[in-house]
Design a protein around this ligand. Sequence first.
Ligand SMILES: Nc1ncnc2c1ncn2[C@@H]1O[C@H](COP(=O)(O)OP(=O)(O)OP(=O)(O)O)[C@@H](O)[C@H]1O
Ligand SMILES: [Mg+2]
Length: 502
Amino acid sequence: MIRRLLAGYLSITLFILVVLEIPLGISFARLQRNRLIADVQHDAATIALFSEPRLEAKDAAGLQRVVDAYRARTKGRVVILDQVGILRADSDSRGAPVPARDFSTRPEVQRALGGDEAHGFRHSTLLGQDLLFVAVPMNSGGIVRGVVRITYPSSVLATTILRSWALLVGLALLILAVVIAVSFRLARSVLAPLHDLEDAAARLGEGDLKARAKVPRAPRELTVLAQEFNATASKLARLVDSQARLVADVSHQLRTPLAALRLRLEMLEADIPRRAHEDYEAAVAEVHRLSRLVDGLLMLARAENRPSARERTDVGAIVSGRRAAWLPLAEERHVNIAVEGRLRAFALVTPGNLEQVLDNLIANAIDVSPENSTISLRIEPPTAELEGRWTTVHVIDQGPGMSLERRVSAFDRSWRVGDSEGTIGGFGLGLAIVRQLVVTDRGEVELLEADGGGLDVCVRLSAATAPRRRPIVVRSAEGEGGSASEAARTAAKARVDQLVSN
Ligand SMILES: Nc1ncnc2c1ncn2[C@@H]1O[C@H](COP(=O)(O)OP(=O)(O)OP(=O)(O)O)[C@@H](O)[C@H]1O
Ligand SMILES: [Mg+2]
């Protein structure tokens, strides 16, 4: 935007300068030419005045002194000719005797011998250059006694004209520099409120609901825009806040009675007659499912409402931790989990998000993995191919995979209970939660077909640089569960319970 404004200001200034300076330069050149001719005319008339008595008295030395004095002051050549055009003094003789050369063939001399002053430019074939000439007659009592002719190489005038053009160009450059400086300041002051607004919009987009734009006093359009933006942001913050409160309320209002209902049902078990036991078991299972559904929906609602607070995260450590947490359940199902790739990789992620993402993906992978297969957790640090933008984590299983059509719609929230086509019996919320969490942190997630036909879930996270000084920690990809935190174990245990109860 600044560039556009500057280009606008500059093109207007350039137009004005061109329109003004070219005619100015042309008339300046004409002025210089006329002034030079007038000066030379004046010089020739003065020399004629001094020379006439000396010519009359045939004082050759006196004449030579006059022309030498002129030559010493200027670049012009002066010749003094007698009444028939024979050379009597020449400023170019440099002390040598002046030859009696006939100048009467020169047009300007002919004119001057006729009693008229002559001036102008002509080409001298003898000297091989253009000349500015002035020839004046020495009149005495109406009789022409001689002629004074002064010539200058026309390059003298060209140099003067060139100098005046250079002056004009310099002036134009100075004006342009001033215009650039002034318009840059002007453009910045006009754009500053817009940048501020853009900044506030970006922060709001990233989830900072407190982001507000500064309201400029002028121009009026920007004042109104900033006020509108702030009003919209406030409305949005109120809406999100009320939604978050609703989520909290639902959490409280639904989860607690559901837990109480489950407890009461379990307490009833002994009193249930044998023939009703099957129905009783089904009722308990339904309540379990309902609790899980509520938990899943709450998790998704929280993921949607939680603003991103990205921090540099040690991806290798988290992947290893999740592997250790899920390994017991995987082993129960005779499935192996392996970590591959470079463990020293970092990404910008909101704390807790990557763990949740991996939990959902590993749970899905375990659900579909056949016995004696391996789930690979592969970490790829940023590559130049992707401009170093992403740290990538792949969760690859050797299960049945998904058709292209299912891969396209898999991230939509959908009810998967009793679904056909190899459903793993959940609620269809896991992948929706994964996408929400990854997108919140400005990452990407994609479902690919793995080499062996299974599913390859590719999670791309904004790459972060490794911390500068960091003690080298050697982690084993095959490490036992001891490296996982207690919290991770508890979470995994809960997940295992869920899956087992499924
Ligand atoms: N690794 C996988 N291989 C094959 N199909 C998968 C895989 N992961 C997910 N799916 C399919 O995608 C569907 C949606 O998965 P998602 O995780 O969203 O829900 P869910 O696992 O069914 O339920 P929830 O995660 O909410 O308990 C699954 O039901 C399953 O059909
Ligand atoms: Mg799932």
